[in-house]
Design a protein. Structure first.
Length: 158
């Protein structure tokens, strides 16, 4: 097998990415369990969070962009949330077909309930890890995300 040699940074990042895949899977599973009694999944919870973070109603395509997710998948989940009364659609003055998505009162209550169960859970996960280390990991992940967003095809840096 002919492999291109990785740099030490490439090796370190490959190990980190593999661990991030594992952590992502564990987070999704734990999130599903955490909010199951609220009728949510991690994916639904994530979309409710994106709507809250947007601070104003946005079309599905913009929410998908903010989540770096597939628009069709986000639309499917939003349609499910709409059927359950957690989100509503409103007319978009800038685009006739791209309705804006907003939380209903039921959606706000459900999202707030999810945050109430998340707080003690996340505090427990953070126990024993320094805030400084968490902030460092956050800076690294943010830099990697920006590199990925800025390049369709990652390039080698000198």
């Amino acid at each position: 097998m002919n492999r291109t040699k990785r740099t030490p940074g490439g090796d370190a990042l490959t190990s980190l990415v593999l661990d991030l895949f594992r952590v992502n899977s564990l987070l999704l599973t734990a999130g599903d369990r955490l909010v199951a009694e609220l009728g949510l999944t991690s994916a639904r919870w994530q979309i409710l969070g994106a709507i809250v973070a947007a601070e104003r109603s946005q079309p599905v395509a913009w929410l998908a962009r903010d989540l770096a997710a597939n628009r069709q998948n986000v639309q499917r989940i939003i349609n499910d949330l709409h059927r359950e009364g957690l989100v509503a659609f409103e007319a978009n003055p800038h685009h006739r077909r791209a309705q804006l998505v907003m939380l209903t009162d039921k959606g706000k209550q459900t999202y707030d309930a999810a945050l109430r169960v998340q707080a003690p859970w996340v505090n427990g996960i953070a126990a024993g890890v320094s805030v400084k280390d968490i902030e460092t990991v956050h800076r690294v992940i943010t830099a990697l995300r920006k590199n990925l967003e800025g390049n369709e095809k990652p390039r080698e840096r000198a």
